[in-house]
Structure formats: C-alpha cells, structure tokens
Ligand binder design. Structure first.
Ligand SMILES: [Zn+2]
Ligand SMILES: [Zn+2]
Length: 355
C-alpha cells in the first residue's frame, strides 16, 4: 500500500486533480463536439499498472474523458472524446494487436457523459464475483444480431435481462424476465435458479453493451444450459441497427447508462413511475443529499417539491448548515439509504417465463 502511494504522488500527471466545477467549466468552454463511445474485450492482460499508465497518457493527449476498467480478464471502457480525434483514437486502439477486432459502439443519444478520465485496475471488468471455476470465457453464448434475436423472440424463447433491476425498471424487452436483484454479485446465481428446468430451452440474454452477457452466458453454459444466446453489442448496438433498418423496437423505454446522462431513450414509452407520487416518469437521479445519494426515479414536480431529494428526511437534512450535516452524519445516528426500496418488486411478479 505504501508503495502504491509513492507511485501516485510521483505520477500526478497520470491522475485527474481538478474538481467537478472546474471540469464542467472546461467542457462548457470547449469549441468542438464530443462523442460518447463504448467498447469492451475479454482478453488476458498483463502488467496492468503499466498498461493503465500508458493508456492514460496516450488518451489524455487526445482529450479523452470517461471511465475505464482493466483487469487481467480484459478491458471495459466508456469514453467521451472530441469528434475530430475519433479517427486517430480508433487507429491507435486498433493498432494494439490484442484489440484489432474490438467493436466500438457510438452512443444512441449524445449528451454530457463524462467530466474526467479515470482508468482503474480491477479484479474483474464485470464484478459478478463468481468463482473462476464456474465459467470459462473461451465458451460463451451465441452472439445474435437483431434479426436472429427477433426471430427467436417470435419463436417463444425465454428473454432474460442481465442488468440490475433498476435498469430494467425504465426500459426492457417486452416479456423479459427482470431478475429481482440490486447487486451484480447476486445476479448469476439468481438467474440460474430462475431458469431451473429450462436447461434445454432457448435463452436470450441482453445487457447494455454486451459485456455482462459474455460472462453470464459462459456461466449458464458451465451450469448445463444448452442453448444460450446473447444480443451482440447489447441494447446500444441493437438501437442503432433497428433504427438504420427502420424496424420496430422490441425493447421499450430507456436504456440505462452509467454516466451523467443516466439513460438513452430507445422508444418514447415511459414504463416506470416516480418513486414518490407514482406518476409516469423515467428520470433517474441521485438524491441530492450527499450522505444519502441513493439512485431513484423522480418526476419533475417531485424534484421541485423535494429539492431533488428522495425523501422529506433528506430534503430537511440538506437545509442544515454543511458543518451540522457532517456532524450528524459522523455521529452515525442517521440512516438515509434504503428508504426507497421494493418499488419495482410487485410489478416483477407479473413477469413469468413464457414457454
Ligand atoms: Zn413524482
Ligand atoms: Zn435521500
């Protein structure tokens, strides 16, 4: 740990040091367009710290912002970069021999996505935390384009959402099973249990960009499932492809994304409700009370009423002087999280496996 600290202090140019306001201002003053892209690859990576630092310096030069995870199992990146640097960026990335076949997906809807560049070395690029002997990344599900995916939906295949339930709450494939889990690490065992008895049926998985299905499909295959399929490139690529071909979307609502935008509208349907008044809304936000910060859905009216907070308790709390807030929170007598929960659960019970 001590060594790590020394390294960080010596290589300050390899880390962001500015605060949020500064960063926001800089982006607002930019005289060029940014685009948001994402990609991933499962591949054995070595010398992770050096690789991380190299990527950071290389991408910093191209004004790349975003969030990147690297692990010995691969890379997962969501980035915002100046449009004029896209070609250069692609050429540099694809010239790394291990990445020459990587699929770079543009966002469905543009908007301010990232303020800074963070590249983190992690244990896994998708934190399912399942033991390594329960999947084999050399054997994953069949990657389907939207045409084959639609065909199998029409043939009655089981559709399962491989994201967290709050993502499925605002947008999902019609008739998909939304596993009732909040934490990624509970997802795979839950899915296995949900699909018990359907080992020989056709299973269709999907997730935001495809990365979660890679490991999830491998896990199901390792546990005896014989016909596991996944949506190639996830909902992001799906949305582009059906739009290009002018095909009606079987995914309804909003595709949740993990950046400032918090979602991209795939269709105009609003399938979720405000967690406070139950009126239709798909506006995700983090509670403005920094000691709470829970992710929830709030309509514009309730945003005004509760000052962007998840509850009256949080609304009142942020009116206190900052020092007072800190003191109360430190004393530990106040708990904010989990005040909104189980909102989605009753609705999930209506979703049953079709065949
Ligand atoms: Zn409301
Ligand atoms: Zn709150």
């Amino acid at each position: 740990m001590a060594l790590e600290n020394v390294k960080i202090s010596m290589n300050k140019s390899l880390y962001n040091k500015k605060n949020k306001e500064q960063l926001l201002k800089e982006i607002e003053n930019e005289d060029f367009q940014r685009i948001t892209i994402s990609f991933y690859k499962y591949i054995n990576l070595k010398h992770l710290n050096k690789f991380r630092d190299d990527l950071y310096s290389q991408w910093k030069k191209l004004d790349v912002l975003g969030r990147v995870y690297i692990a010995k199992e691969g890379i997962n990146a969501q980035l915002s970069l100046p449009e004029h640097n896209l070609e250069k960026f692609k050429n540099e990335l694809l010239s790394i021999s291990q990445f020459n076949d990587i699929l770079i997906k543009p966002a469905v809807q543009e908007g301010l996505s990232f303020l800074k560049l963070t590249i983190k070395v992690k244990n896994e690029i998708v934190a399912y935390k399942v033991p390594e002997n329960e999947f084999d990344m050399a054997i994953t599900g069949i990657h389907l384009n939207y045409k084959d995916y639609h065909q199998k939906i029409d043939d009655g295949a089981i559709i399962i959402d491989m994201r967290n339930n709050y993502e499925g709450e605002v947008g999902r494939f019609k008739n998909a099973i939304i596993p009732d889990v909040d934490r990624s690490e509970d997802l795979l065992p839950t899915v296995k249990k949900l699909l018990q008895g359907h080992e020989d049926d056709t299973v269709l998985m999907y997730c935001t960009g495809g990365i979660r299905c890679e490991k999830a499909s491998s896990y199901l295959i390792s546990h005896g499932f014989t016909d596991v399929n996944q949506l190639n490139g996830g909902v992001i690529k799906y949305a582009h492809d059906i739009k290009n071909d002018n095909i009606e979307s079987k995914f309804i609502g909003k595709n949740f994304v993990f950046d400032h935008r918090l979602g991209e509208n795939i269709t105009d349907d609003i399938i979720s409700q405000c967690h406070q008044c139950d009126n239709p809304s798909n506006r995700h936000l983090d509670c403005d009370n920094q000691s709470c910060h829970i992710l929830f859905i709030q309509c514009e009216k309730c945003s005004i009423k509760y000052n962007n907070c998840c509850s009256e308790k949080c609304t009142e709390f942020i009116k206190l002087p900052k020092e007072e807030q800190k003191r109360i929170f430190k004393e530990g007598n106040i708990k904010f999280t989990a005040q909104i929960s189980n909102k989605i659960k009753p609705r999930l019970k209506d979703l049953k496996i079709n065949p």
